[in-house]
Every structure is written in C-alpha cells, then in structure tokens.
Design a protein around this ligand. Structure first.
Ligand code: M6R
Length: 607
C-alpha cells in the first residue's frame, strides 16, 4: 500500500527518490515525503495529496545530498496530513524513518517513551523514537534498529537514515515486502522492484525478520537473531518501459490491450497439444501429491478470487476432484479444515496480499501443500509456497487488475488440465482438443480488443446510469463478478455481480428501466438458461447488454459484445475483455482517476 524508496550512491539522491516514488504511485497513497542527508543534517519535505504536490515544493526548495529516503503513505493511523506524512524523526532530528505496515502496539510503546516529543498521530513515529532511545546506548545503527524492532508487534518494512552515518541506510522487514536493489557503487531499498527498474535488474528480497545495512559499497543482511545471512539475488526480467504508459492515455488501457500478448506468453512452452499435455517449469508439487489430493482449496482475494472461481469449475470438470474457493480474509482464521489430503492453491498477483499470506500459513501449519499462482518472483508467497506457477503478465501498474486477471485464469486453467491428466480423469484425446483451442486464444483476444464500437456506444449511453447488474452462470459467473468489480472500482458507479439463476430469489425486485443488466451469455451448456434469465429482465424493462458468441445473437439485448467461438472453459478469458473496456470507457467518461481509483491500493498488505 505505502511505498518506500532508499538510495545511497554517487548520484543526486532526490531525482532517484522522486522517480522511484512515481513508479510506486500505483500502489495507492495519499501523501508523500522525502528526506536527504547533507552538510546541514537531515533535510526533509512532505506534502499531503499527490506526488506532484511534493514536487512543487521541492522545486522551490531542492534538497541536495547523495543519500536519502522517499515514501508514499496510505493513511491508516491519522489522516492524510503533512505532519502524518513520512519520514518521521527522532526528537533530535538525527534519525529519520519511513515505514510500511502497521505497528499494532504503538499506543503502549508510546506510553513508555516518556519525555519524547511526538509530532504526528501515526503509529510509525513511535519506531523512530524507539530507535533513538536504543541508538543512544548502542551507538550502532543496526543494533539500535534490531532492538527497536524486537519490541514492535504488527507487520512492517522500515528504512532508516542516521545523520551520524552519511553512507548508511538500514532496512528491516517483518511481514511487509522490502527488496534491496544492487547497483555498481550504489544501492537501493524499495518496497517493490518497480521502483528499481531504471537503475538495476538485480534485486535481493529480504526475508521475514531480516535487517540490512545498505551502503555504497554493498549490502549486508542479518537474520532476526542478528546473524549474517545470505539471501538469493534475483534477476528482474521486466524492462523499464513496462512502467511507462507507452503512448496510451492510461496504464489501464495499455494493460488491457496487452492481453493477447500476455495470454500467448502464458501458453508459450507449456502446451503440448499433440500429446495432450501441459508442462510447467520448476513446478515444485510432486505428481504423487496431485494424484493423492482429495480436495483442492483455493485462497485468494478480489480479482484473484474470481480467477479462483474459474479454477474451481475447471478442476471439478476436468480433474473430478472437489474444489472450494475461499476469501483469504476468511480462511486466515484457520477454522477451515486444511489437512495433508488437501492441496491449497493460493492465487495472488502481487504475492504480498496479507490475507492470502495468512491463509497460506494456516494451510501449511495444518500440513497442506501450497501451490502459488503469482506474478512476482521473489514475493513472499512465492518464497513460502511449496510450488509456484509464475504468471508472465509483466508489471501491472493500474490498481484495477486486467491483464493479470486473464493471466491468472490462464494459469488456473492450465493447472486444471494438468491435474486432470495426472489424475487420469481427463483423456488424452479430450486434452488435445482443449489445448488446440487454447493455442488459438491469443488472436481471439486480439479480435475482441479490436472490436470496441459497441463498448464505446454502451459506455456513453449508460454513463449516467442508475445501477449495473452483471449476471452469469458456471464459468462466467466469475466473469459477472469481475465485470462488476471493474465497473465499481474505477467508475464509482454501483455495480453488482450475481448468479443469473439467483436473480429471482431477490435481486429481480431491483430491476426496472433504470437498471442496466450485463448478461454474459456465450455458447455453452448454460446458454438456454441464461436466455431465460434475460427474458425475466426484459419483461421488467431492464436494459439488457449481452456478451454473446459471434453468430449467436440474443434478440432482446439492446447492445451486444461479441466474442469468437471457443471451448466454454476459455470463454471467461474472452468475455471479460469487453467488460474491462466498458468499465474503462465509463470511468474516463466520468472523469475518474482510472489508474489510481480513490481509497484503493494495488497491493493490500494490511489485514
Ligand atoms: O495481489 P493480489 O492478486 O493478491 O490482490 C488481490 C486483490 O487486492 C486484487 O485482485 C484487487 O481486487 C484488484 N486490484 C481489483 O482490480
């Protein structure tokens, strides 16, 4: 949610920090600040609101120095005000700190810090004062941070700068992501690798409880007992251009339009249509465990949860094993019976969603193996899971997930096919058919992307609409949920995803001429039933928009978004595309902040 950047090296720190913060903007924030160390001590500037406000202030008062920290804050404790923005300082202003996460016992710790003067309402500030207290006796920055961290409860990532140490930053991590970026004679700290892309591709993700010394010459990592530790360095493959809009008005549009490439990337090298097999590189879950699993438990949040619902349908259809999908925010309490016979599949784009990590830990504690589907190498989820399917969606900057949704769905479907083959529930002949159809998907996605006239017309027509309802069944019930989520999160219009068969059990009462109902009704087993449900809407004068298979129009629909024919299980990948575009064009028409919708963050690292 918040963003951290730290720099030490030969360059002027300020441009590196501001550029890093810009690349972290997508995480969501409501104030920003920087601190730089120079001959005058620690100099800082902060501002509520967007980064641009901070930049305006920095134009009037540039800060010199080759070492510093930057931060974007997403308010939790205390409003989005200048005093609450980070960095926070010790009383003598010789120590400054930026923080992601929450210090849960801050009130109790604050009471113990008698004589310290606090300048904000935040939980964070207590950490700066604790470090000050321990630094007074230890005189060693790493030891001081270690002792302070030992008293904190909650989850956090810190970066700390000391006026007494002009070539040193200290970083600490517990349950919030933090990576070190390794350069030549310069090093970086960042809450995610997006901030590092212009400078280095070598990243060292810290482990839980780690503390790191970061100076120009190198980095040293210590574990929670302060014993020197070696952590693997990962090579980042994303280019710096992945964090640019590439000529598009918004990241969201760029990312929607990339989907035929990203779907192709997911398939590349994994599909052997002739043999009817799927192969994953470094999968990590033994075939014996796939065969013996008696249940698949899927844990995810938000859009990833919708991908989990598609996975459930496919796993049950192709592998004939029961699959449950839970919100990670519910599964985390450990009442769900995970056990050795359950294979848990955790789906998370970021690999850092706090609830999903907690659900995974509960599952592992109960003896369940965990397979992660994630987009981020080196993420906490990737490191804690027994096996990983890495998505190949590339960096997604817009808060609203689009290309990472279709990548999650593609991975989930490939996994279901693999599971079906390994368990002997899916015949080779049927797998061949399915996989040939899978290979034909990228041009079909492109076809849908190229045909946005109806979407544009529809967005314009219903812009001032009263309410949106999205309905679907089976594989496209998740598409209905996802279409509605996209609409509400970026347009701020009310939109609900609902099972088409459930409408007459209550929500039909809402339908009148002010309601727009988007029915996801491609060819497949449930089409006739979908058409009946649409008739019920039509009879009550609701406006009907339909997603249909080309050549199979539904006459009562006032607007139609066509998708090419495909296996029913792949239809969610195609059907969601016009719904993403509909949400996008509606939000643009309403003048919304498409890439950074209000109140939301890209990666939800708090419970
Ligand atoms: O990083 P994750 O996939 O775990 O994130 C889960 C949700 O926060 C996320 O999918 C969210 O719902 C989307 N950004 C909405 O578009």
């Amino acid at each position: 949610m918040c963003g951290i950047v730290g720099y030490v090296g030969p360059r002027a720190a300020l441009p590196v920090l501001v550029e890093g913060l810009r690349r972290l903007e997508y995480r969501g924030y409501d104030s920003a600040g920087v601190v730089v160390l120079n001959g005058h001590g620690l100099e800082s500037e902060k501002s509520p609101g967007k980064l641009q406000n901070l930049e305006e202030r920095l134009k009037k008062r540039p800060l010199d120095g080759t070492i510093g920290l930057g931060h974007t804050r997403w308010a939790t404790h205390g409003g989005a005000t200048e005093p609450n923005a980070h960095p926070h300082f010790s009383c003598d202003r010789r120590i400054a700190l930026v923080h992601n996460g929450i210090v849960e016992n801050f009130a109790e710790l604050k009471r113990g810090l008698r004589g310290h003067r606090f300048a904000s309402e935040t939980d964070t500030e207590v950490a700066a004062h604790l470090i000050e207290r321990f630094y007074a006796s230890e005189r060693d920055p790493v030891r001081a941070v270690h002792r302070a961290v030992g008293l904190l409860r909650g989850h956090f990532a810190f970066a700390v700068i000391f006026a007494d140490h002009p070539d040193l930053l200290v970083a600490a991590r517990l349950n919030c992501p933090l990576v070190l970026g390794l350069g030549e004679e310069e090093n970086f700290i960042a809450s995610d690798i997006a901030a590092l892309l212009p400078y280095t591709r070598r990243a060292l993700p810290l482990d839980e409880g780690d503390i790191a010394r970061v100076d120009r010459a190198g980095v040293r990592v210590f574990d929670r007992m302060l014993v020197p530790a070696r952590r693997p360095v990962i090579e980042v493959t994303w280019g710096a251009e992945s964090a640019a809009k590439g000529g598009h008005a918004h990241y969201m549009l760029k990312e929607i339009l990339q989907q035929s490439e990203t779907v192709a990337a997911e398939l590349s090298g994994r599909v052997d249509a002739e043999r009817g097999d799927v192969r994953f590189e470094r999968f990590g879950i033994p075939k014996a465990a796939l065969r013996s699993a008696r249940r698949i438990a899927i844990a995810a949040c938000g859009t990833a949860w919708h991908a989990g619902l598609v996975a459930k349908c496919a796993i049950e259809e192709l592998a004939k094993v029961p699959a449950d999908v839970g919100f990670s925010s519910e599964l985390r309490y450990g009442d769900t019976p995970f056990d050795r016979d359950t294979l848990t599949v955790a789906i998370s784009q970021s690999g850092e969603t706090s609830d999903t990590l907690a659900a995974v830990r509960a599952a592992r504690e109960a003896g369940s193996r965990v397979l992660a589907i994630t987009n981020i190498r080196g993420s906490t989820l990737a490191r804690e899971a027994d096996g990983v399917l890495f998505m190949r969606a590339g960096l997604e900057v817009c808060v609203a997930a689009t290309k990472t949704y279709t990548s999650q769905v593609m991975n989930a479907l490939l996994f279901a096919i693999h599971l079906g083959r390994v368990r002997g529930a899916l015949s080779r002949a049927r797998a061949r058919q399915i996989l040939r159809d899978a290979l034909a998907l990228p041009p079909k996605v492109q076809e849908v992307l190229g045909d946005d006239c109806a979407v544009l017309r529809c967005a314009k027509r219903f812009l001032r609409g009263y309410d949106y309802m999205y309905i679907g069944r089976r594989y496209n019930l998740p598409t209905a949920y996802e279409g509605a989520l996209k609409m509400k999160e970026i347009s701020y219009l009310h939109a609900e995803g609902y099972g088409a068969g459930e409408m007459k059990h209550g929500p039909l009462a809402l339908v009148d001429r002010r309601m727009t109902v988007v029915a996801i009704a491609p060819q497949g087993r449930v089409l006739e039933k979908m058409v009946s449900n649409m008739q019920e809407i039509h009879a009550r004068k609701g406006h009907l928009v339909a997603v249909t298979t080309r050549g199979h129009p539904i006459a009562i629909a006032e607007e139609t978004f066509e998708i090419p024919p495909c296996e029913e299980m792949f239809s969610p990948l195609l059907a969601v595309v016009p719904l993403q575009l509909l949400a996008y064009h509606t939000a643009v028409g309403l003048g919304r902040d498409v890439d950074q919708p209000r109140n939301l963050a890209k990666s939800v690292t708090v419970e």
